[in-house]
Design a binder for this molecule. Structure first.
Ligand code: GLN
Length: 463
C-alpha cells in the first residue's frame, strides 16, 4: 500500500501561500480518481484486508534520519504511519476545506457554521478565564458541567443519571467516540456500522482492532434494511454504532427501526454506541435516544457535544453518558487520551446547556430557513435531492450532470463552479455505493447559501 497524504504532508501544503497551485486534492485524490481504478490510492478498496497487518512500504525511522549537520538541504523525510492507520487518508473534510480556500470556492463541504455562537456562551467563557478557571479540570469533567449534562439528558430523554458516575466530559464527540471504542472494544470484536458513516468511526475501530461489519442505508429514504440487520447481528457482535440524526444523509432513525435494533441487542447481548450530536437539529420528526427505549440504558453509551447546537464547533466540548459499568471503560480510555478537557470552556458549556427553551426553538427556526434556501435551490439547479429529516446536511444525486462519479463531480464543482461539496464514497466500506451521491451543508449564512445556488444555476448544465 502506498503511503498517502499524512499530516506532515498536509501541513506542509496548508502552510504554502494560497496562490500555490498544487493541491492535496489534485495530487493525491483527483489524479487517483482519473486513473479510474476502484482500488486506487485514495479511495479505499473494499476488498482490502481490513485488519490484517500488511508489510509497510514506508521506510523505517532509521533509514530516514535527516542529516546530522543541521544543513537546510535535507532530503524530505519519507511519510510514516503505523499499520493500523495505513489505509486512511487525510480526512475528506480537511481536504475539501483546504481546497475551498485554495480555489476561492464557497464551502458547503465541512460542517462548520460561518457564523458565530451565542454571545451569552462566549461571555461565560471569557468570564471563566478571567475568574482563573484555567488549570486542569477533573478528568471526567468539572462537577458543574457533569451536572448540567445530567439535567439536559433528563430533559431530553426522561432518564435520571448520576452526574458523578455516568457522565464523562470529552474533547468533542469525536473523542467520546474514540474513548468509547478504545475503552470497550477488544481486538477482534465485531462491531456493526451503518454506511455511509462519519470517517472517524472506521479509523477508530481500526485503531481498536475491531472487525467491522457494514450495513448500507440506501436512498431515497435511507431506511434500515431490517432483514439484513437481523441476519448480521449475532452472539458474535459486541456493539452496534448508530448516529441519529444521521451524517451525511439527514436520516433520522424511526422508533420502529430503533425497536428492532434494541431487541436484537437485548437478544444477543450487544452494546449500542450512539452519536446524537445533531439531536437539536431534528426538523421533520422528533429525535429519539436509543437509551430511552425499555431496557436499553444499561447497554448504551450516548454521545453528544456542544459544537452543532451552539455553533461552536471549534470548542471541541463533548460528552458520553452511560451506566457506571460502561462509563468505567470510557473513562479509562479518556484518561489516557486527553486526561481532561478545557476548563474554562466547560464552565461556559454549563451555561450553554442551561439555555432557555427559546434558544433551541430559534436555532431550529433559523436552520429551517437555511435548509429551505439550499434544498429549493438544489432542486432548481436540477439535482435529485433526497429528503433530510435532521442534521444540517442534505444528500443529492449528482448524476443528471453527467460526471463519472462523486469525486469527479466534486472536482468539477470546485474548479468550474466554485462550490465545495463532500463526495460520499469515502463514507462506505465499498466506495462504489456512494459514487452517485454528494453531501451539501446548509450551516452557512443565507447570503452564502444563495450565492452558492446562483453559481450552480449559472454554471451547472444537465447532460
Ligand atoms: N462532522 C463534520 C462534518 O461532517 C466534520 C468533522 C471533521 O472535520 N472531522 O462535516
Amino acid at each position: 500500500m502506498q503511503p498517502q497524504c499524512s499530516w506532515t504532508r498536509t501541513h506542509a501544503q496548508m502552510l504554502r501561500p494560497l496562490s500555490h497551485k498544487c493541491s492535496v486534492f489534485s495530487e493525491h485524490w483527483l489524479k487517483a480518481a482519473h486513473s479510474h481504478s476502484h482500488s486506487h490510492s485514495v479511495r479505499r478498496s473494499h476488498n482490502r484486508p481490513t485488519f490484517r497487518a500488511t508489510m509497510s512500504t514506508v521506510p523505517t525511522r532509521k533509514e530516514s534520519l535527516p542529516a546530522q549537520d543541521g544543513s537546510s538541504q535535507k532530503a524530505p523525510q519519507p511519510l510514516q504511519v503505523a499499520k493500523r492507520l495505513e489505509k486512511f487518508k487525510t480526512t475528506i473534510f480537511t481536504q475539501m476545506s483546504m481546497l475551498a480556500i485554495e480555489h476561492g470556492a464557497i464551502n458547503l463541504g465541512q460542517g462548520f457554521p460561518n457564523f458565530d455562537g451565542p454571545e451569552f456562551v462566549k461571555e461565560a467563557a471569557i468570564q471563566a478565564i478571567k475568574d482563573g478557571k484555567n488549570q486542569y479540570a477533573r478528568g471526567h469533567g468539572i462537577p458543574e458541567f457533569n451536572a448540567a449534562i445530567a439535567e439536559r439528558f433528563k430533559k431530553d430523554t426522561g432518564l435520571v443519571v448520576d452526574p458523578e458516575k455516568e457522565v464523562t466530559v470529552t474533547s468533542g464527540c469525536t473523542e467520546a467516540i474514540a474513548a468509547t471504542i478504545l475503552g470497550l472494544i477488544n481486538p477482534g470484536d465485531e462491531v456493526i456500522l451503518f454506511a455511509p458513516f462519519y470517517d472517524s468511526y472506521e479509523a477508530t475501530l481500526s485503531m481498536a482492532g475491531a472487525k467491522i461489519k457494514g450495513i448500507t442505508l440506501r436512498p431515497p429514504d435511507f431506511a434500515v434494511p431490517i432483514d439484513e440487520l437481523k441476519s448480521t447481528v449475532s452472539k458474535n457482535t459486541r456493539a452496534i454504532l448508530i448516529n441519529t440524526p444521521h451524517n451525511p444523509t439527514g436520516k433520522m432513525f424511526t422508533r420502529e427501526e430503533l425497536n428492532v435494533i434494541a431487541s436484537l441487542c437485548i437478544e444477543n447481548d450487544v452494546l449500542v454506541f450512539t452519536d446524537e450530536v445533531y439531536d437539536k437539529l431534528a426538523f421533520e420528526m422528533d429525535h429519539i435516544s436509543m437509551a430511552s427505549l425499555p431496557s436499553m440504558y444499561d447497554r448504551t453509551v450516548t454521545m453528544n457535544s456542544l459544537g452543532k447546537t451552539f455553533s461552536l464547533t471549534g470548542w471541541k466540548i463533548g460528552w458520553a453518558v452511560a451506566p457506571p459499568h460502561l462509563t468505567w471503560g470510557v473513562r479509562q480510555a479518556h484518561s489516557f487520551l486527553t486526561f481532561a478537557t478545557s476548563t474554562p470552556m466547560q464552565w461556559a458549556a454549563s451555561v450553554a446547556l442551561r439555555a432557555p427553551d427559546s434558544y433551541y426553538v430559534e436555532l431550529k427556526r433559523d436552520y429551517l430557513a437555511k435548509k429551505a434556501i439550499l434544498v429549493e435551490g438544489l432542486k432548481d439547479v436540477g439535482f435529485k435531492v433526497f429528503p433530510s429529516s435532521g442534521t444540517y446536511f442534505v444528500v443529492v444525486d449528482h448524476t443528471p450532470f453527467g460526471l463519472d462519479d462523486d469525486i469527479a463531480f466534486c472536482e468539477y464543482l470546485i474548479k468550474e463552479v466554485g462550490v465545495v461539496a463532500i463526495p460520499t464514497s469515502v463514507f462506505y466500506l465499498n466506495p462504489e455505493e456512494g459514487k452517485n451521491l454528494v453531501r451539501f451543508t446548509f450551516c452557512k449564512d443565507e447570503r452564502t447559501l444563495r450565492s452558492a445556488v446562483e453559481r450552480m444555476k449559472e454554471k451547472l448544465r444537465k447532460k
